[in-house]
Design a protein around this ligand. Structure first.
Ligand code: ZN
Length: 144
């Protein structure tokens, strides 16, 4: 399925021109089309020597049915790259682990937390597309 420019634009405006996940404004160029339910591209090892080689895409995918217009979400590059081949609940789960990971691996985070510069909350992880009501687009038209 190759998207037209109009279809790409329609997807970009799906949630007010913002990233489906973090809600940041999508840039003019460099935003990504994310598959909410992932399509995982198949690759195979191509040997170039005894101990050298690389994975090369075969052009096929697992669950190719997920490459549909309805399943495509506009995303900023960091969210899309972090989400990788996870589905939405997998992404939510991974994000929920970030505070513990930062505490374990970062002295900077522990210090910032200790001195009150960072306050951790138990807030649920709600994605932009879950909060989006469509008013952002109307607001741009001078509704508010
Ligand atoms: Zn994002």
């Amino acid at each position: 399925m190759k998207l037209t420019k109009a279809q790409r634009n329609e997807i970009k405006l799906k949630f007010g021109g913002k990233c489906s996940y973090c809600g940041c404004d999508l840039p003019e160029k460099g935003w990504h089309l994310d598959h909410a339910e992932p399509v995982i591209r198949k690759s195979e090892w191509q040997s170039t020597g005894t101990f050298t080689g690389k994975f090369v895409n075969t052009g096929e995918a697992f669950r190719p049915e997920n490459h549909s217009f309805e399943n495509l979400m506009p995303a900023c590059a960091p969210c899309n790259l972090y989400k990788s081949s996870m589905n939405i609940e997998g992404l939510r789960y991974e994000i929920a682990l970030q505070v513990e990971r930062a505490r374990k691996s970062s002295l900077n985070f522990r210090l910032a937390e200790k001195f009150g510069l960072v306050t951790v909350t138990e807030a649920p992880i709600v994605f932009h597309f879950e909060r989006y009501t469509g008013r952002a687009v109307l607001a741009q038209g001078g509704d508010e």
